[in-house]
Design a protein around this ligand. Structure first.
Ligand SMILES: [Fe+2]
Ligand SMILES: [Fe+2]
Length: 215
């Protein structure tokens, strides 16, 4: 089974940014961790993940605007691409794509696109926020504030609420996090990225392509 674990070397040093990144990885891992995966169990987990992606990106963009961040345009462009790539995975699941392939696409998207983004695009934003003294939990506004400001669709309000139980209400079991190798018979491509400030993310290709990441 494919799994995702947040690697410690992705920490930016900004507590709230790092907490939300862990949440993103946890939400993606929940999709992969669904036991006896069916569309009825995978799709709700994907919907939550997408909601959290929309929220987290909206919160970072509010932070960028608040500090007049000079790399905001490039950062927001990358958010748009990553959002669309994640939406494409969800749509593929809804359209009936084989669930093992859906899981593999999500795994690749996180190990490649999201890891790259956090390491090379979010880290400078986190440093800029710290330089401006915005280090606390209020550096990234809650979903309700973003909805009121028109930055987030009302359907996503509350997605950042603390999880009160260890198990989502979508019938998903949450096994202990493991670091085992994928065993669904699909090997994601090796992740290899050269840090390059300002570089664009690769386009995540259509499900029908053999390679999901175009270079
Ligand atoms: Fe970001
Ligand atoms: Fe981020």
């Amino acid at each position: 089974m494919l799994r995702l674990e947040f690697p410690d070397d992705l920490l930016t040093g900004h507590a709230e940014v790092d907490r939300q990144h862990r949440m993103l990885f946890d939400a993606a891992d929940r999709v992969l961790a669904v036991k006896q995966a069916t569309r009825d169990t995978v799709v709700p987990a994907l919907r939550f993940l997408l909601s959290y992606v929309h929220y987290h990106f909206g919160a970072e963009e509010a932070l960028m605007d608040a500090i007049a961040y000079d790399r905001a345009e490039h950062h927001k462009r990358q958010h748009k691409m990553l959002r669309e790539a994640a939406e494409a995975v969800k749509e593929a699941a809804l359209a009936g794509e084989d669930l093992a392939r859906v899981a593999a696409r999500l795994h690749v998207l996180f190990l490649d696109g999201y890891v790259f983004h956090i390491r090379h695009v979010d880290a400078p934003l986190a440093a800029a926020a710290r330089d401006r003294g915005l280090e606390g939990a209020d550096a990234l506004p809650p979903s309700g504030v973003l909805v009121q400001a028109g930055r987030l669709g009302p359907e996503h309000e509350g997605v950042d609420a603390p999880v009160t139980t260890g198990t989502p209400d979508v019938g998903i079991d949450l096994p202990a996090v493991t670091t085992g190798t994928p065993d669904v018979g699909i090997d994601p491509p090796a992740v290899s990225r050269v840090p390059d400030d300002g570089v664009e993310l690769p386009v995540v290709a259509d499900a029908s392509k053999d390679s999901w990441i175009k270079h």
